[in-house]
Design a protein around this ligand. Structure first.
Ligand code: ZN
Length: 171
């Protein structure tokens, strides 16, 4: 297992649409292990493959609290099959958009279908932080970022800030 460098805004890879996992090989298991390690190291509650530069539909999540036992979730090819009518605002952040947080309104509950690393297809319903996290990470698989759910004004401001920071670093 290894901690991998994170892909940061405005890196164009964040806009890529990730490919299905296909056969669950040793490489897929290694990628999932690397993602978990990178996520815990950051630390973050969720990570999508593309955030370490792998355009594959894998998501890792752990919404357990700091003092609790770790509850790692690995989702292969996850898709949202149902969302509740009720919505809820939640302050979101993203490891690819460091130190920026904003409130996003999303469905309060979702049902997700995915494959586990054992190749089993599972459906699971979630609410609260886990529901938000699932929607945020599955967005990543489709090249969507949480700032896309904000007003154009706010999004443009963030994009500009990160573009400037990237330019400074390159200089
Ligand atoms: Zn994110």
């Amino acid at each position: 297992m290894s901690i991998r460098p994170l892909v940061i805004l405005p890196d164009a890879r964040l806009r890529e649409i990730s490919a299905p996992v296909g056969t669950i090989t040793g490489d897929v298991r290694k990628l999932a292990a690397d993602m978990l390690e990178t996520m815990y190291d950051a630390p973050g509650v969720g990570l999508a493959g593309i955030q370490i530069g792998e355009a594959v539909r894998i998501v890792t999540i752990d919404t357990s609290k700091e003092k609790e036992e770790r509850k790692p979730l690995v989702l292969l090819d996850p898709e949202i099959v149902w969302t509740s009518g009720e919505t809820r605002p939640y302050e979101e952040g993203c490891l690819s958009i460091p130190d920026y947080y904003a409130e996003v309104i999303r469905p309060d509950r979702v049902r997700v279908r995915f494959r586990t690393l054992d190749g089993e297809t599972v459906e699971r319903e979630a609410d609260g932080l886990l529901a938000t996290c699932l929607q945020h990470e599955i967005d990543h698989l489709n090249g969507v970022l949480f700032i896309d759910h904000l007003s154009k004004l706010k999004r443009d401001r963030v994009m500009k800030k990160f573009a400037k920071a990237a330019k400074r670093e390159a200089a």
